[in-house]
Structure formats: structure tokens, C-alpha cells
Design a protein. Structure first.
Length: 150
């Protein structure tokens, strides 16, 4: 009985902090946009990933006199993981390298969103890459948790 209760609590916690839809997984962050992006960049570097670019969309909007809530995009990857996916289906290269969008919604909540690897597998017919997709799924989930926790 107690084990079931804790299992239900764990499921509710996960459901309240992560959402999925339209091929995106979004994880609530306990930090502001900049801190979440900084934490993500740090964990990616620690794990040997290449961070190609970090784009501050709000700063770009300000340069043209527009206003945008805090929104940053981190583009990252690792050819050891990406190359096998591209070998399975070359079209997946349109979705690589990986991207994480860190953004603040209209209620002030910060989110870290990324492409669901299972969505990419379905989109590009990566049936022969299930093992790699699972590794990517676990890695992205771990990166998101590290970046969004207090």
C-alpha cells in the first residue's frame, strides 16, 4: 500500500513538471531563463557535448525595437550520437544538432523545451535506431533535470 502511494506521488510529480505535445517535451524550471540556460550549457560541457551557439531571442527582438519575454535557444550535439541517427535516416539531419528552448510563459513560469526523440524517430522512420533513440531520450531528460532543478 505504501509503495503504491509513493509510486502515485512520483507519477504526479513528474506529470506536474513535464509536459509533452506536438513533438516537444517541456520541463518546468525552478530558475529564471538565463540561469536555466547557464546550467544547461554547463552540464552539456561537463558531459562532453559541443555547444554550437546560444541565441538570446529577446535581445534580438530588442535590437529591432520589439519586446519579447525571455527566450533563449541552446544548440548542441555530439557526432558520436548524431552520426548513427543520420546513418539510419539522412533526413533526421534537418533536426540535428539538438536544440533546447528556454522560455518564460505569460504567467512568468520558465520552461525548458526540446524535441521528443520518439517524435523524431517516428518523423524520420528511425526504426533501426531504437537503441540510440533511447540513449538520446535518457540523456536529454537528464540534461533537462540538471538545468531546471533548484
Amino acid at each position: 500500500m505504501q509503495k503504491t502511494f509513493f509510486s502515485i506521488l512520483a507519477i504526479l510529480f513528474i506529470a506536474s513538471t513535464a509536459t509533452a505535445g506536438n513533438g516537444l517535451i517541456s520541463v518546468k524550471s525552478s530558475n529564471d531563463v538565463k540561469a536555466t540556460a547557464d546550467r544547461l550549457e554547463n552540464v552539456l560541457n561537463q558531459k562532453g557535448m559541443t555547444v554550437f551557439i546560444r541565441i538570446d531571442h529577446a535581445a534580438g527582438a530588442a535590437k529591432v525595437g520589439q519586446k519579447l519575454r525571455p527566450t533563449e535557444l541552446v544548440v548542441f550535439g555530439n557526432p558520436k550520437v548524431g552520426t548513427p541517427l543520420i546513418q539510419c535516416s539522412q533526413s533526421v539531419a534537418i533536426d540535428l544538432p539538438q536544440k533546447a528552448l528556454i522560455w518564460q510563459d505569460d504567467k512568468g513560469q520558465v520552461w525548458l523545451s526540446y524535441n521528443d526523440p520518439n517524435y523524431l524517430a517516428q518523423r524520420h522512420g528511425l526504426t533501426e535506431c531504437a537503441e540510440v533513440i533511447k540513449k538520446v531520450e535518457n540523456a536529454l531528460s537528464n540534461f533537462a533535470k540538471a538545468a531546471t532543478m533548484p
